[in-house]
Design a protein around this ligand. Structure first.
Ligand SMILES: CC(C)=CCC/C(C)=C/COP(=O)(O)OP(=O)(O)O
Length: 522
């Protein structure tokens, strides 16, 4: 089968042996390069940007730990690139590094020093570091403004290649982008690669193709088959039928290839969010939607009889996947999550129903009220609750209560999704969706006649929500690294899912699918 798909030029066994050898070589290099701590940091940055850091977790932790011990030294005598890179890599891994390490780069008036204006590499690294800010860190806001302004000013004087690198950094900073999607570009940016860069490039290409193959195999063998077997696409013809798009969410969220079973399972609730969203937005009458919401809240199969046929089919299929996932979690992690799973579906339907009633009555709520409900109707709680249990990390009574109760990590990710979603649907002033948008509510509340002004406000709120998400993920929290990374990745995926062009297509998402699923790296 591998040969048929043509992913491997070698047999699968030979490919695995070669991959293993390359990995060993890269580990040797990291040990050698890591003897010089700053060069070690640059190598870690490369591993992360190439999406292969998951092979090196222990080595990376050891290197960062020793760098953290010396991190006072980073404030003195090191240049902007070194301090910014060190700051970002340490903070990313949860180390407590204060933002005032950047004070050394300010003059007496409190402004970033003008002599930094020519330091393109340092400015790009400063911009990257500024993306990890949390609320109240004004110096990082200033760093973002300063580096953006100076880098944009440098652009006309740069070579074509340099300008591309700078504009890519400004448009897709590492912390807010999906590393494996950006890896293709990063690979093509190497000029005169060093010995270790060569090894990493080769490893990254093999790894990329291997991961791509795994996704293809899992998708066609399990995901698309599961979706066909449910028969829902033909039973509910009014609903979207986009299983590959739905699979993109878990593929982006859980990047470690070892989580393939979790990705397959997580796609199931995601498919149902889209399906039920369409029932509420496109097809159901208010009376039917109210009945459906009641049934989901009570979750009694007996109550299903009062539903119209299409809703019965949907609820029974939802009950099947929920039982299936609960059983799997119980078998693997010893905790039965059925109550949490049912409760998150009930709150999603409750929120969808609130929107349906607003739409039906023509009532536009206040923006705060809309957003509070919209955070739930984003579906993020449903996704992250399932992800929490499927990963099975740190399942304790306390953490289950926390995750049931919409903790900050969930609400900030959900705010980012809800606001991006609404930016997309507010592109033209004629809303064609039936679920309103924050932009509309904001315009009404503030007597604002300009869509652009409202959109600017939404973009500002998205960056505030990112600061909250940073705070949740980059400071000590009860969740596992895989869960926090998964939440960050959902937030990183959002712009791809909601950047519509004028023809209502999603060109960046299409490019992502092509890159992650079909186009092999040469
Ligand atoms: C990973 C997650 C949370 C996936 C679900 C996203 C979502 C809200 C889908 C609903 O459809 P939509 O995107 O068309 O939204 P709406 O109907 O609100 O415009």
């Amino acid at each position: 089968m591998e040969r048929e798909i043509g992913l491997f030029d070698l047999s699968k066994d030979d490919f695995c042996v070669k991959h293993e050898q390359k990995l060993k070589e890269a580990k040797r290099m990291l040990r050698k390069v890591g003897e010089n701590p700053l060069e070690g940091l640059v190598m870690i940055d490369n591993l992360q940007r190439l999406g292969i850091d998951y092979h090196f977790q222990e080595e990376i932790e050891a290197l960062l730990q020793s760098q953290y011990m010396k991190s006072n030294a980073t404030t003195l005598g090191y240049d902007l690139y070194e301090v910014s890179t060190c700051f970002r890599l340490l903070r990313q891994e949860g180390y407590n590094v204060p933002a005032d390490v950047f004070n050394n780069f300010k003059d007496k008036k409190g402004k970033f020093k003008p002599e930094l204006n020519a330091d393109m590499r340092g400015l790009m690294s400063l911009y990257e570091a500024s993306q990890l800010s949390i609320e109240g860190e004004d110096i990082l806001d200033q760093a973002a403004d300063f580096s953006t302004r100076v880098l944009n000013g440098l652009m006309p004087h740069l070579s074509h290649h340099q300008a591309r690198v700078v504009s890519n950094t400004l448009g897709n900073p590492h912390h807010k982008s999906l590393a494996r999607f950006m890896a293709r570009d990063f690979l093509s940016d190497y000029t005169n690669p060093s010995e270790w860069e060569n090894v990493l490039q080769e490893l990254a290409k093999m790894d990329f193709n291997m991961v791509q193959f795994t996704h293809q195999k899992k998708y066609f063998k399990y995901q698309s088959k599961w979706w066909k077997d449910t028969g829902l696409a033909s039973e509910l013809r009014f609903a979207r039928d986009q299983p590959l798009k739905w699979y993109m969410w878990p593929m982006a969220a859980l990047t470690d290839p070892r989580f393939s079973e979790q990705r397959v399972e997580l796609t199931k609730p995601i498919s149902f969010i889209y399906l039920i969203d369409d029932i509420f937005d496109v097809y159901g009458t208010l009376e039917e939607l109210t009945l459906f919401t009641e049934v989901v809240n009570r979750w009694e199969l007996g109550a299903v009889e009062q539903l119209p046929e299409y809703m019965k089919i949907c609820f029974k299929a939802l009950d099947d996947i929920t039982n299936h996932i609960a059983y799997k979690v119980y078998r693997e992690h010893g905790w039965n999550p059925i109550d949490s799973l049912r409760r998150t579906w009930a709150s999603l339907c409750n929120a969808f129903l609130v929107e349906a009633k607003w739409f039906d009555s023509g009532h536009l709520p206040k923006p705060e009220e809309y957003l509070k409900n919209g955070v739930i109707s984003s579906g993020v709680h449903v996704v992250l609750v399932h992800m929490f249990f499927l990963l099975g990390h740190n399942i304790t009574k306390q953490n289950v209560n926390l995750v049931n109760d919409n903790p900050g990590i969930v609400t900030s990710t959900a705010t980012i999704l809800r606001l991006w979603d609404d930016l997309g649907s507010a592109k033209d002033e004629n809303q064609d969706g039936k679920d309103g948008s924050y932009v509309q509510c904001y315009m009404k509340e503030n007597n604002c006649s300009s869509v652009d002004t409202a959109r600017k406000q939404v973009i500002h709120m998205i960056s505030q929500a990112w600061k909250s998400l940073n705070k949740e993920c980059l400071s000590p929290n009860p969740f596992s690294p895989a869960f926090t990374k998964g939440s960050l990745n959902i937030a990183r995926m959002v712009p791809l899912m909601y950047s519509y062009d004028d023809k209502q297509n999603l060109p960046v998402l299409e490019e992502y699918m092509k890159s992650m699923f079909y186009d092999k790296l040469p």
